[in-house]
Every structure is written in structure tokens, then in C-alpha cells.
Design a protein. Structure first.
Length: 444
């Protein structure tokens, strides 16, 4: 059994949360709703974790079984009980050949209710194929392989054995007492699905009775009611064609069977509820699904945010309202050219941050040479043509020579290149550029 924690500040209050920062156990008064309605610690304002324990710690079976029987009071439950009781009693009227089918349907319906209650579903809700199939393939087979044959033998002797086997007067009561002792633990063990799944063999039942303890008392009580009603049904005279009060006898049999099925339905619901309540202890289902919050109430505390530090507020305000310093695009392009980052330069020119006309002639020539080295000769020639179209400057001769070389050597425009060489000779005589241009022109 897990130990439930108490609040670190209110010793009389049960803790339902734990602060993720200060590790304090918190009750509802010490827990508040913070931003977005998330539970936070009322002392430090940090998020908290919900404390989870097994379902048996929060709501033990002794306090939940009266609530679990409430579905028996619904019209849907009465309809299903009536339909099942009429069908089984009709099969029992047909004689021994249909007896096994009727009793198997009764036991399967009992285990079906127990299985749905064991997983937290409405016992009388819309049936699922997985519930119907798994009951016949799992709990029913385990029950018959274990103590089920004891119950089947007792039911047979009570229904038909009195007419074929000379019974002692006290034997039906001995069988009923045996069924009351054997049926509840056998039903609980058969309903366990998971690591604790077992076959309810008779020699295992004393250990299970000790383990389940007082939680079996409501099941013993309902099993006793079923046994008494079965004895009443067995004491009724068998039907035959010469019975002058057959209608009344048939009605009495159906009424007894109906009340017996009410008790059977309650027995199945309580068995499933017991298995679900003590799921972790019994090894039933997924252990993570059995973990529930300790408290089901909302935080009731109040968290007051601490006053902000004036120095921090002033620094944030200064940062937020600091003047924005605009970047000089020409300086950024010059830095990119120094790094030989052609992609950065072309992105800035294409994005409108600067235009080639805003660059100085030396930057345009450097960019054109980088582009030509990367194979983008057309873009390089386009930049140089725009540069040589400007008014004459100290870099014009150099730009003309580079453009002329691109035209002749890369673009295949020899005529344009030779014209540019002749322009260099005409505009810049006596310079090194003119000497280079003269060496590249064909002899006349």
C-alpha cells in the first residue's frame, strides 16, 4: 500500500501536487491556477506535477461498490436482465439437451458484465465485439478449467439430478453452501486480464480468499441470494402436460429466474469493480492506467506574481526603445567583397539594398572579376559595360581592358573586344593599358 502524502504547510491536508522546483507537497490551498489555467505553486509560481497513486488508495472497494451497483436501477439494465432471464429459462424448460447452452449463456453474460466493469465501461452499455469474443475465449474457459465444474455439477443436480439420482435432503443445501464459498473468488480470478491472469483451480481459492479479505463480503452476499433462488427454483414441481396450473407455475419460474439474474448481474458488476479497483495489486491490465490523481478537486490557492526588479525593468526598457542603427549597404558590400563572398553581394544587389551605380569603380571591377572566375561571364560583362558607360575616371582604362578580354576570350565577340582595345589606345595613349591593348590587336 502506498503512503499518501500530507501538505508541507497544512499538516492536516492531503497533498495532491508536488512543486517541480521547490519539491514541496502541496494541498489545494497551496496550489493555484497560473497562466493558461495550469496549476502552479502558490509560493514560487513554478509548475507542479500531479501526484498519482493506485486507484485502491484513493477509492477502496469498500467505498465504491454501492456506487458501482447504481446501473442496476436503469431501464436499460432491466431490459437486458429480462431478455437474458427469459431466454435462459426457456432453454431450461426445453429439457436437459438445452441445459448446457442456457447455463453457458448465463455464465457468459455474467463474465461479460464483469469484464466491462473491470475496464471502467458501463456494464449495460452498447456491447463491443471485443468484449463478447474475449469473454468466451478467456474468462469463460479459465473458469470452466478451474472451479467452474464444481458450480456446473451443483447446478445440474439442482435442475435435473433430483429426478434421476436419489438425493439426500441436505445435499442441495451443501451444494448451495459450496457454491457460495467457491463462486466469488473463482469469478474474480477468472476476470483478471494481464500479468496476474490465472486459472481458478479449487486449491488456489483459499489463498485468494485470504488475499481479497473483506472485499469478498458483498460478493458472498449476492452469491447467497443466487443460491437461495436456485434452491427455490429446484423445489418447484417439474412441468408436465397434466398440470392444471401450468400458467401460474411458468410465471413463478420466470419471476424467480428474473430475480436470480438481477443478483447475477450485481455479482458480475461487483467482481469487475473489485478487479479494477485493486488492479495494480492483482496484476490486472496496464499498470499505468491504474494510476489516478490523489485529489479530484481544483487548486484553490492564489499566486501573486512578485514585483519586478526596477533595474531589470529599466534595462529592458532601454533595450526595447534603443534607436535603430541602419546598416550602410555599400560598407556591407565592401566587406563581402573583401571576404570574396559573391553570393552575399549579389543578394544585396538583387534585394534592392544597393545598386551597381552606387558602388565605386574599383568595387565593380573586383565583383566582375570574381563573377568571371566563377563562370558567370555574362553578368561580369554586363557590370563592366555599365561601368565604362560612366564618365571617364581613373579605373576606366582597366575596366575597358578587362571587358575587351572577356569579349574576345570568353564571349566570342572579337569585334566588340577589338573596338574596346582601340578605344583604350585613343583615350589613354602612353599608358600600360594602351601597351597591353596594342599587343592584343591584330596587325593592320
Amino acid at each position: 500500500m502506498e503512503r499518501l502524502e500530507t501538505c508541507g504547510q497544512h499538516r492536516g491536508g492531503r497533498a495532491g501536487w508536488r512543486c517541480a522546483t521547490c519539491q514541496r507537497a502541496l494541498c489545494p490551498a497551496c496550489t493555484a491556477l497560473g497562466p493558461e489555467d495550469l496549476p502552479v505553486c502558490a509560493a514560487c509560481g513554478n509548475l507542479v506535477d500531479v501526484i498519482l497513486v493506485s486507484r485502491a488508495e484513493v477509492a477502496p472497494f469498500a467505498s465504491t461498490w454501492p456506487v458501482a451497483l447504481r446501473p442496476l436501477m436503469s431501464l436499460r439494465a432491466w431490459g437486458q436482465i429480462t431478455l437474458a432471464a427469459v431466454a435462459v429459462q426457456f432453454m431450461l424448460f426445453l429439457g436437459p439437451r438445452w441445459w448446457l447452452t442456457g447455463r453457458a449463456l448465463e455464465l457468459g453474460w455474467l463474465l461479460y458484465l464483469a469484464r466491462r466493469a473491470g475496464v471502467g465501461f458501463d456494464p449495460f452499455g452498447r456491447p463491443r465485439y471485443v468484449d463478447l469474443g474475449s469473454v468466451w475465449a478467456g474468462p469463460l474457459l479459465r473458469l470452466f478449467a478451474g472451479a467452474g465444474w464444481v458450480l456446473a455439477a451443483g447446478a445440474w443436480l439442482g435442475d435435473f439430478g433430483r429426478a434421476t439420482v436419489p438425493l439426500l435432503p441436505a445435499l442441495p443445501w451443501v451444494i448451495a453452501l459450496l457454491a457460495v464459498v467457491v463462486a466469488p473468488p473463482s469469478l474474480v480470478v477468472a476476470c483478471i486480464e494481464g500479468e496476474g491472469r490465472q486459472v481458478p483451480f479449487p486449491w488456489r481459492l483459499p489463498r485468494w480468499i485470504r488475499k481479497l479479505g473483506r472485499d469478498l463480503l458483498p460478493l458472498f452476499l449476492l452469491t447467497g441470494v443466487v443460491a437461495v433462488l436456485e434452491l427455490v427454483d429446484a423445489a418447484m414441481p417439474p412441468l408436465h402436460g397434466e398440470d392444471t396450473q401450468m400458467d401460474r407455475h411458468i410465471l413463478e419460474a420466470y419471476v424467480v429466474r428474473w430475480w436470480s439474474f438481477v443478483a447475477v448481474a450485481g455479482l458480475g458488476i461487483l467482481a469487475g469493480t473489485l478487479v479494477r479497483t485493486r488492479a495494480t495489486e492483482l496484476g490486472h491490465g496496464d499498470p499505468d492506467e491504474d494510476r489516478v490523481p490523489v485529489l479530484s478537486v481544483a487548486p484553490a490557492g492564489r499566486w501573486v506574481p512578485p514585483a519586478p526588479d526596477p533595474d531589470v525593468v529599466a534595462a529592458e526598457r532601454a533595450r526595447r526603445y534603443a534607436p535603430i542603427e541602419l546598416e550602410d549597404p555599400t560598407e556591407a558590400i565592401a566587406a563581402a567583397l573583401a571576404r570574396k563572398d559573391v553570393e552575399d553581394v549579389m543578394e544585396r544587389l538583387a534585394g534592392g539594398h544597393a545598386s551597381p551605380d552606387a558602388l565605386d569603380p574599383g568595387q565593380v571591377i573586383d565583383l566582375a572579376q570574381l563573377l568571371a572566375g566563377r563562370g558567370d561571364v555574362k553578368t561580369a560583362a554586363q557590370l563592366l559595360r555599365a561601368l565604362v558607360a560612366r564618365p571617364a575616371h581613373e579605373q576606366t582604362a582597366r575596366a575597358l581592358v578587362i571587358l575587351a578580354r572577356l569579349c574576345v576570350e570568353k564571349l566570342g565577340a572579337e569585334e566588340e573586344g577589338h573596338a574596346l582595345y582601340r578605344r583604350v589606345l585613343a583615350e589613354f595613349p602612353g599608358t600600360r593599358a594602351a601597351e597591353f591593348a596594342s599587343s592584343r590587336l591584330p596587325p593592320t
